[in-house]
Design a protein around this ligand. Sequence first.
Ligand code: CU
Length: 160
Amino acid sequence: MKLLTPVLFILLALSHNFVMAGDDVTIIDPYVRAVPPGQTVSAAFLQLENKSAETRYVVNATSPVSNVVELHSHVHENGMMKMRQIDSIEIPANGKAVLEPGGLHIMLIGLHDALKIDQKVSITLEFKNGTSQTIEAPVRKIMMKGMMKGKGAMMKDMKH
Ligand SMILES: [Cu+2]
């Protein structure tokens, strides 16, 4: 037992260094938008923190829950918000990329099954430097600000 502890420490230190060298991008707070039954399209959101001094890029994403997974951004076109497929998501050196509703997101197209709240969705992100990371993103209900207002107004109307 006395010998085992230092050996374990060395192993832990080695594996930790290995992980750090392989991937200095941390994925924070991933989640997938819950969608009504029958809807076969959803999106995943998360934050990517780059602790390295080099710009990193997500170039592809895959998931077993849908036929197609695309990297998307939102753009304003003639006063309309439109989604657009993009080739990569840039994570600035010592910076962050934020994927959030109305902005960058990972599009899940052609869902095989309905997504259940709190279900963990496995998503693999592939980086330009050849590394990849797999995350388990829970399914969450996301209320849009506009939708919440609409619902509130409706409930108010119902009271009258
Ligand atoms: Cu999209």
